[in-house]
Design a protein around this ligand. Structure first.
Ligand code: ADP
Ligand code: MG
Length: 247
């Protein structure tokens, strides 16, 4: 199986805080890979480094065999590597379809211009993906009127608008009620199996990630603590201790 994301010896500090220390891991193409770890263990920082949100102190990050650690967020997104955020980023006063359209790739133009240039295909794609996440009936409602869980589904659909090769999801189920969590897990799995999108998922909910991931990495204090298949991680004493130590 080929590695689509390769992270080699990546370190990142903020002032005196070591957020990531010499992290080496890889994500296989076509897999769902999990990233877990206690709060503050450096998961979001690693995602930010991968997508070019900030420069790393040292190490190497490759996507499809190309070094991306000095590229901009825009350039990396254009290559097909996209992330979602821990906090929802939708436009509450726009309807779902408009949110979908403005999430389209990296058009360096004003908002007004970008609306003019949306093609029939863009609208069709927006409708199709809203249908995929179960929001088709709500597509002309303002995104702000959706429940929190529905907003997360919208955000996921917005990321899919860009047709990513690989999608990084930062705690996609955080704050969602259990019923919608199952729906979201199902959509994530389908995006992986039907659209062939490689997923790299930060998840705090152990039940969710055990159900979802092919392979899981665990960070603690900015360093890689363990890696393995879900059942291996679940029974790994170092992982159990790291989580117990959190509270
Ligand atoms: P996680 O996502 O695993 O909860 P983070 O990557 O958000 O962890 O944070 C790892 C560490 O880096 C924490 O100590 C956090 O306070 C620190 N950190 C993250 N981002 C910044 C930043 N922009 N400025 C300063 N410190 C940061
Ligand atoms: Mg985080």
């Amino acid at each position: 199986m080929s590695e689509i994301i390769q992270i080699q010896g990546v370190s990142k500090t903020f002032g005196g805080v070591v957020a990531n220390n010499n992290v080496t891991l890889s994500v296989n193409k076509g897999d769902i890979t999990g990233l877990i770890g206690p709060n503050g263990s450096g998961k979001t920082t690693l995602f930010n480094s991968i997508v070019g949100y900030h420069p790393i102190d040292s190490g190497s990050i490759q996507f499809e065999g190309r070094e991306i650690s000095r590229k901009s967020v825009q350039d990396i997104a254009r290559m097909g590597l996209i992330r979602t955020f821990q906090q929802t980023r939708i436009y509450g006063k726009m309807n779902c379809v408009k949110n979908m359209l403005i999430s389209l790739p990296h058009r360096k133009m004003s908002l007004l211009e970008s609306f003019k240039q949306n093609s029939e295909q863009d609208f069709e794609k927006a409708d199709r993906l809203l249908e995929f996440v179960g929001l088709y009936e709500k597509r002309y409602l303002n995104a702000g009127s959706l429940s929190f869980g529905q907003q997360k589904l919208l955000e996921f659909a917005m990321a899919l608008m860009n047709e990513p090769t690989a999608l990084l999801l930062d705690e996609p189920t955080a704050g969602i009620n259990p019923t919608l969590i199952n729906g979201l897990i199902d959509r994530l799995k389908r995006a992986n199996s039907e659209f062939g999108i490689t997923l790299f998922v930060i998840e705090h909910n152990m039940r969710v990630i055990m159900n979802l991931a092919d392979r899981i990495y665990c960070l603690a204090h900015g360093e890689l603590l363990a890696e393995g298949r879900p059942e291996e991680i679940q029974n790994n004493q170092k992982v159990i201790d790291a989580y117990l130590g959190e509270h």
